[in-house]
Structure formats: structure tokens, C-alpha cells
Design a protein around this ligand. Sequence first.
Ligand code: MN
Length: 323
Amino acid sequence: MKEKQQIFDLIKQYDDIIIVRHIRPDGDCIGSTIGLRDILRASFPHKQIYSVGNDDSQYLAFLGAEDVVDLTNVIAQALVIVVDTATSDRIDYAFWKEGQYTIKIDHHLRVEDYADLNYVREDLPATAAIITDFWFSFKEELLMPQSAAQALFVGLVTDTGRFKYRGVNSLVMRMAAELIATDIDIVDIYAHLYIKSKESFHLQGYVLNHYRTSPHGVAYMFITKRLQKKFKVTIEEASALVNTLDSIKGYLVWIFFVQGKEKIRVRLRSRFVDVNELAGEYGGGGHRQASGATLSHRRQIKEMIAKADLLVKQYKKDHPEVF
Ligand SMILES: [Mn+2]
């Protein structure tokens, strides 16, 4: 509570507040940015609240735009709040450090305390959940406009894989309930979130027809540069398709290897089996059943599949009831 109170006091103290976030923003990133901004704008109409960043994300445009403003004359007297960003090298605003006071609000593993005040809640599955909890704590003074509720709901939904991942509990569901209580249209929201480009739809079809398997239960796909070009998809769009291979009976781990300029991006997913240690062996990590890693050589693909295969083999031996 101490940190929450401190943050609230700082917000009350400053007239200029700049909210920033990480590069290549996802739903939780934009959701917590817009959510916090619109809560503060509604609650403190006399303050100047900005949210800024360079990268945009087309599929989240329905949440509303961030601000395109020149803050050169404002930054030195401003409170800068960085949301959803574990390390400072990923902050998508070059001048964040020039703020008079800086706050980090994040839910990722605490690896870098880069701000003056660092509020990290590893117990919550999304930064949107931290912001919603913040609203719960100061409900008498903070308003929750619909635009903020919608953005925060999107943050919760996307960072929990539609409320499916570990970390979703009754508290998170209560948060969702309170946000929905502002009368946001969740059917519309899901419709936006599920839109897929025709290109990635076609690539998905290709994946379904051409994925490979290991002896004990790994399903995988190598998305070469050539395939990305052929199907006209970006690395991000290709990587996002990893769950095309989920829930195949007997295949407990599924992996996408997506070829980048120099390295190969790995998206590792699983059910029952834990894969984050395997990701760690390749400089990656994440969650027990959803991790990422990076390979520098093509030959490591085979090696990684073999290791994943061993994990599945062992798991099936220990749990013969699982298929
Ligand atoms: Mn997040």
C-alpha cells in the first residue's frame, strides 16, 4: 500500500504527467497506457496528461490514439510514468529520463529498477490489472470512464490469453467484472481482437498443412524468410500464429521458429509440461507454458526440438493418464 499511496500523492502533486510504455506495444501495453491516461484525465481535469510513444499497433487503434505532442518544454517539470516495461532499453520515448520524477509500473520479472520509484507487481498477470487495482484503492477520488475501462479490459484479456493463463484468479475476474460494469461492449472488443489479416489467415492454412512433429509429441514449424515473403506477413504476424498448433492430441509442446534478419525468433508454448527452463537455455524465458527465446544458428533448431521432445517423453512417462 505504501508505494500505491506514494504514487497517488505524486500524481496529485504534478500538473504535467507523461505516460510512456515499451516499443512494439501489445494489448496490455496500450491498454494500461490509455487506461491510466483516461482515468487521470477524467479525475483531474485541470492537469495535463499525455501518453506518448513512437511505435503504433494497428489492431489496437480502436482503443483511441496516443498523443502526438512536442513535450520539450514540459518534460523537465513533468512526472513520467513508464508502464508495462521491464527494462529501460525497451522504453519507447527517448526523453523519459528527463522527467522531474519517474515511476515504473510493471508486472514482469523485476530485473531493472530504472525509475525513481519502482512499483512492480509480479503477482498480477497484466499491468492493466495493476492499474485497475490502483483504481480500486482510490475509488473515491478516481473516475473510471468507459474509454479507460475498455482499454484496461483489453489489457487483461490479451495478457491472460483470454483469461486462460495461470495467474488468472478470482481477483482478476473481479477486476474484469468491475470494468464490464461500466457498460463496455465486450462483443465489440472481442470482434476487434480476433480480426486477422487475409495474409496471416493464408499462412495459418499453410502451417496446418505443413507443420512437423517429433517422436514423442512436439509440433513445430520453421517459418523461413521465404515463407514470410511468400505470404506477405511480418515477423510479428508470423510469430503470433504459434497457437495454430495448440491442442493437438498427444502433442504437448508446440514451437514456432521464425527466421529474422540474423537470428531466429522462437515462440514456445505447451500444456502440462513446463518449457521456460528450456527457453532459458537459449537466452529466453517467460512463463511456464509460454516462453520465447532466440537462436543464432539454424542448427540449434534441431537441438531445441530434441530437448523439447525429451521433456514430453519424460512427462508422458510420469503421467501415463495424459495424452
Ligand atoms: Mn503486460
